[in-house]
Design a protein around this ligand. Sequence first.
Ligand code: 218
Length: 199
Amino acid sequence: MKNIRLLVMIEAAFFAAFAMILDFLPSIKLSPAISISFAMVPIFILAFRRGMLAGILAGFLWGLLQVMLGDAYYLTPLQFFIEYFIAFASVGFAGILAPLIQNNYQKGNKRIALAWVVAATFIGSIARYFWHFLAGVIFWGKYAPEGMSPVLYSFIMNGTTFVGAFVFCTIVLLVILASAPRLVQAETFMTKKQVKKAS
Ligand code: 218
């Protein structure tokens, strides 16, 4: 049990680092602080593979990496906390559908599993961008064009980014998981003692 937890934590760190690397690739920039990319993909894969808590941990670590590598935009402490810890960790909520994805793969229902992958990607993306939208209304309103309300400005900026990121991530995930579904089907990890007991 202890070993499984350690393995999941190592996987979370690995997938968070992978997301950070993807974040450095060229992306579509809406503003210096907002870009549309598929960097969330590794966090989604881990959330489908290991469930919601592991996904939340990986998302949190990804946010922490952004902060540590100086790739974060700071306006106020609360804005920073919401956008780099709560928002990034929320991507892991995609893992709420992990049991449905795993069960359908196990039963050989590939198409249904992939349909749940799309739904889970939607959940993780909207959970993240809800927080960016909220931060946008409260903290980024001053950057809105003259006469535009902060709510509309944040909705347009974060709504566009949400749709773009969701579509990008869905396409990449469908391509990856259609050919390598084993990525989300973790083999049960057993200690030597457990193997002996089971055999
Ligand atoms: C209107 C507006 N502009 C900028 C931001 C900040 N923001 C938005 C989306 C994603 C991220 C994290 C880095 O990719 C950030 C900092 C906002 N919330 N709203």
